[in-house]
Design a protein around this ligand. Sequence first.
Ligand code: CA
Length: 229
Amino acid sequence: MSQATVLLVEDEKDIQTVVEFNLERAGFKVLKATDGLDGLRRAQSEHPDLVVLDLMLPGLDGKEVCRRLKQGEDTRHIPILMLTALSSETDRIIGFEIGADDYLTKPFSPRELVLRVQAILRRAQEQPEAEAPLKTAGLVIDPQRHLALAGDRELDLTATEFKLLHHLAARAGRVQTRQMLLERVWGYAYEGYARTVDTHVRRLRRKLGRFSDRIETVRGIGYRFREKP
Ligand code: CA
């Protein structure tokens, strides 16, 4: 992934400089935008491999940029790492609700940002596991076609949600701790990021609709996929 392109949308000059420097040093090609609208247009025209998106931006804010990217046929697959000065859980959840793949709160270490970018890209670029579709009481999860069906309804899942669902379903009946899920689905396991798993599970359950109870919460430990409703 040495020449992957990262679009950095950030209006604060100091942060822009330090992030650009560190990403370039790690081998990325860096494109820049300093307001939301310009960021959106560059993402639409240049199709970067990933967008690092500040939440508070002049013009169009980061939330709106994220929403529009996730609505666009051509751009919805581009992973987004959100940056924000706000650290409350609510803001973190909002970030995930609108489709961000990961979240970093300012001040952050540039090194951590680079690690996150690498982990997200690794996840996005991983070849689908050469496995037969999983079929389990009304649910079909096909890793090769990246297709999940609940009954006859096709689920609109992000890459991370799909991987999470597939990971859980492939280990039906076995408890998966948040730590295990972070390591295997997200590719990293930082202290304090267990909530990331909870937020994604909540969103996945909502998308599963009447199949939502197939993902069972094991209190204080993690999650377990039920083979039968
Ligand atoms: Ca800002």
